[in-house]
Design a protein around this ligand. Structure first.
Ligand code: ZN
Length: 282
């Protein structure tokens, strides 16, 4: 997709499956299962729709999927793809690991930051993109690396610490310009330092919503995930943020929707917001 002078491409960070109950939190199964195909084991399909942006001067990647370091057990539990789906998908778009200049991260959960690092021949986790600067919110980084035992499963440290050790990490605070044409909107809610990422070129705008709205079925303010830390924040934020996206006619980009990586939002009397102009990929 062309956005002003930028070229946007969906790159897959790997497909997987998650328990439908955890994806819809307090929403009753009888409601969500009507609109989301569910398997016998109660799992639903999930994508990791990372976004490659070629600005003309920089090659930028937003989020990195779950990467190639999952243990056999985790791979089985998540029904995750074998190999390195992110690098395979980047290669299909004509981009090598060396070509990535900047990695922007919505938050640091394993299914967004796992692809930041890979194992080298000696089995040591090293940055996947040797020439890239990695940009994350400071608040998110502090929580992710503080060693809280209750967050251990969400934030495997070998996805993160090698970025700091190699000097490739830049931490930012709040709603700031990340690099020209890209700015953060800190949303909180899903995680303490979660942010959406706004992409702007020549008056055209897209917003990578991250896990504020993991799939298009999560548009209603009350349809949150079991993984979300702060439901009240999200329920207050969603109508406000989606209203802005709809009224300004921005492209909305979904990180986990298995069918459509992009859509536009419109206000809808019955369901708050509806999606139009759906695109399977950018
Ligand atoms: Zn996620």
């Amino acid at each position: 997709m062309r956005l002003g002078k930028f070229e946007l491409t969906t790159v897959s960070g790997g497909r997987f499956r998650t328990d439908g109950g955890t994806m819809f939190g307090v929403v009753p199964r009888v409601l969500w299962s009507r609109i989301f195909p569910v398997a016998e084991d109660n799992s639903i399909a999930q994508a990791t729709n990372c976004v490659l942006v070629r600005t003309g001067s920089k090659t930028v990647l937003i989020d990195t999927g779950y990467g190639s370091k999952l243990s056999p057990r985790d791979k089985r539990n998540h029904q995750a793809e074998e190999g390195d789906p992110l690098l395979t998908s980047l290669a299909a778009a004509g981009v090598a690991a060396d070509d990535i200049d900047v990695v922007l991260l919505s938050h640091l959960h394993f299914d967004h930051a796992g692809g930041c690092t890979r194992l080298d021949e000696a089995g040591k986790a090293v940055p996947t993109f040797p020439k890239a600067e990695y940009v994350a919110q400071r608040m998110e980084w502090m929580y992710a690396t503080a060693g809280f035992p209750e967050l251990r499963g969400s934030y495997p440290q070998d996805n993160l610490l090698p970025l700091k050790e190699s000097g490739q990490l830049r931490l930012v605070d709040g709603d700031v310009e990340l690099i020209p044409g890209f700015r953060a909107i800190v949303t909180g809610g899903h995680t303490v330092g979660h942010s959406a990422i706004v992409i702007e070129s020549e008056g055209e705008t897209a917003i990578f919503l991250g896990d504020v709205c993991p799939t298009w079925r999560h548009l209603p303010a009350l349809w949150c995930m079991g993984y979300d830390l702060d439901l009240l924040t999200l329920r207050r934020l969603k109508p406000k943020l989606f209203g802005e996206v709809a009224d300004r006619q921005w492209w909305a980009l979904s990180d986990h929707d298995p069918d459509h990586a992009a859509a536009r939002l419109v206000r809808d009397d019955k369901r708050e917001f509806a999606i139009v102009d759906m695109r399977p990929t950018l």
